[in-house]
Design a protein around this ligand. Structure first.
Ligand SMILES: [Cu+2]
Length: 632
């Protein structure tokens, strides 16, 4: 397959050079995303991070956040990824979008990593699926090793109008976009705040979780519904909104009565959030979308709050107050223990004179502690008009799977099995032995049952799903890509989707340390699936804008000249194709045989500690042998 791709790209480059075009980005929505080491300044502290440096026509600054904005009318959007990391490979996943499998960005499952100092051009077809239109709020994040935990994430908005007949059409038309990008920064093991002192060593935290599991593995009772945990195994030193602390929040200026569409994105590693709106806007505030999919407009909960789990998105339409002043919107970290952290943005009405002085808002919340349960999920309903009214009937699924969320601490698992991605699992890549096998076109349902004490943000790649049952109660629920399974007590939920995206699709808990531990499985298509769906744009190609001033117009040369150029181009292409073929063979042998991880990191790099955990001890596949220590 790699050979074909290389030859094709060589040939198309030839063709492009003959007619005088060079490679160009989609003028409306292209971006160059450079992955590099950077720093995040929080107060006096500069924290080493891995970041996207973004440029290109599709990049807009919204509320101070670099955001990739794609018009929903585009057939595709193109991204050039440039890996400027000194020693680490990378892959990028656009969370919630449903591209073809080869563009999904999961190491070795769907993508070969981009090597250091190399780049990759990707054109994502902007396609919906049987359940959703994919217009809305998304985010891109690193899917390799610890890179997302170290900051590699940014918002992606597919901008388009609501479906015809939507209740808040006029207000949404008039609304200004405000991105609220929530991150938790610098994890540490909750029982030992001395872990990860430099914020560059998340593997230290993970190693402690694995040790904790080793202590309890032998006597662990998998059949027991654990009590809900009151806290969390991993805490964070900072909570940020738009890369700022609550004491120095991003400011959004609004006119009195102006409409704002707050696009909350939980790009956090382990933190679920209670969104607390200012009392002045609660009466008219309505949630209009979750995970990029329209819902029936939803009022805030009784305390003026909405909830948002790891990796979920929530769009809330608000009306700015008439009275000049500063109106903070807080994102409080979920906890049952007092004093959890919060981040904020501030909506300012009446001009810069009303911008609050630094330090007015605390980073520690005074709001009573609370946890995310199913209360909000039970109130959500997908908005079914405008192309999604013909939802499939999931009452009689073709395939029904039961996934028990099991384990504890460092061994979070699905049906008692752990499946780790590279680089947490060593190369060569080995397939998931416990895949959920479906046929193309199947109506598929999954019953989740959470035996674990912790909440889990269950994310399905490449498909949108519908929530159809919560704790045994049928619902016409939201269409989503990430569902928060409430903590403890064997809470259950059924999700359903149409198997319309062939290829192995990752299904995993999006909480970072649970993903590291292998709380992962895959949806895979049986070998009888032979007919692939058609996409609006050819895979890997993006429609180019028509060239109005091509340097060499084919009409301006004679037939003889054209024939000579054609023959010359054919010869050059043939030679290049041969070279590409040989190069691809050489490359594929290297990929197959050479260990890709760990890489030696340059001395003095602030991120030398971005290292994998190495298995030690028994090589048995039994879970009790998953003893992991940092590579040295
Ligand atoms: Cu989890």
């Amino acid at each position: 397959m790699a050979v074909v791709v290389l030859v094709m790209s060589g040939a198309s480059h030839c063709a492009a050079s003959v007619v005088g075009h060079s490679l160009q980005m989609d003028e409306a929505s292209g971006a160059v995303l450079t992955i590099r080491e950077g720093t995040l300044l929080l107060g006096e502290r500069a924290i080493p991070r891995i970041v996207f440096e973004a440029s290109g026509p599709g990049i807009k600054s919204i509320a101070g956040v670099q955001t990739l904005v794609v018009p929903s009318t585009a057939a595709a959007f193109s991204v050039l990824y440039v890996n400027e990391l000194e020693a680490n490979e990378t892959t990028v996943h656009i969370h919630g979008q449903t591209p073809p499998q080869n563009l999904d960005g999961v190491p070795y499952l769907s993508a070969l990593p981009i090597r250091p100092k190399r780049s990759q051009y990707v054109a994502y077809p902007l396609v919906g699926n049987n359940l959703g239109a994919n217009t809305g709020t998304y985010f891109a994040h690193g899917h390799f090793g610890y890179q997302h935990s170290l900051g590699l994430a940014m918002p992606v908005i597919v901008k388009g109008p609501p479906p015809a007949g939507y209740p808040l059409l006029a207000a949404l038309d008039a609304a200004e976009d405000v991105v609220v990008f929530l991150e938790d920064v610098c994890p540490y093991f909750a029982d030992d705040p001395s872990t990860n002192p430099t914020c560059t060593e998340p593997f230290e935290v993970y190693a402690r979780l694995v040790d904790a599991w080793a202590d309890e593995a032998a006597s662990f009772n998998y059949s027991q519904c654990m009590e809900p945990a009151t806290g969390t195994d991993v805490l964070y030193r900072y909570q940020t909104a738009n890369s700022r602390l609550a004491s120095d929040p991003a400011v959004v200026e609004a006119v009195p009565g102006g409409k704002l569409r707050l696009r909350f994105i939980a790009a956090s590693g382990m933190t679920n959030y209670r969104i607390v709106l200012p009392p002045e806007v609660r009466e008219t505030a309505r949630a209009v979308a979750v995970d990029g999919q329209w819902i029936l407009p939803l009022e805030p909960g009784s305390d003026g709050e909405f909830w948002l789990a790891v990796a979920q998105r929530l769009d809330v339409l608000i009306e700015a107050p008439q009275t000049p002043g500063a109106y903070p919107v807080f994102a409080q970290a979920e906890s049952l223990e007092p004093g959890s952290l919060q981040s904020a943005i501030t909506i300012v009405v009446g001009g810069p004179a009303h911008i609050p002085a630094p330090g007015v808002y605390s980073v520690t919340t005074s709001i009573p502690p609370g946890i995310m349960n199913f209360a909000q999920e039970l109130r959500l309903q997908a908005y079914r008009l405008g192309g999604t009214d013909e939802l499939p009937d999931f009452a009689q699924p073709d395939k029904l799977f039961r996934l028990e969320l099991t384990g504890d601490n460092g061994f979070n698992s699905i049906n008692r099995a752990s499946y780790q991605l590279v680089p947490f699992a060593p190369l060569p890549y080995s397939a998931n032995p416990n895949a959920l096998v479906v046929d193309l076109g199947d109506k598929v349902c999954i019953d989740y049952v959470n035996f674990n004490a912790d909440p889990h943000a269950m994310h399905l790649h490449m498909h949108s799903f519908m929530v159809v049952e919560i704790d045994g109660q049928p619902v016409n629920g939201a269409i989503r890509d990430t569902l928060l399974m409430a903590r403890g007590g064997c809470h259950s939920a059924r999700i359903c989707f149409v198997a319309d995206a062939p290829g192995p699709a990752l299904l995993h808990c999006h909480m970072s340390f649970h993903l590291f531990a292998g709380m992962v499985t895959t949806v895979e298509y049986s070998s009888t699936a032979r007919v692939a769906p058609s996409y609006t744009a050819p895979m890997g190609l993006v429609p180019r804008p028509a060239a109005s001033t091509a340097p060499t117009s084919p009409a301006s040369i004679s037939r003889g000249e054209a024939a000579a150029i054609g023959l010359f181009a054919f010869l050059v292409c043939s030679i290049l194709a041969g070279v590409c073929f040989l190069a691809a063979r050489w490359w594929s042998r290297r990929v197959d045989s050479s260990p890709r991880w760990p890489h030696s990191s340059p001395a003095g790099s602030p991120l030398v500690a971005v290292r994998p955990l190495r298995r030690t001890g028994s090589t048995s596949s039994s879970h009790t042998s998953h003893t992991l220590t940092p590579d040295t």
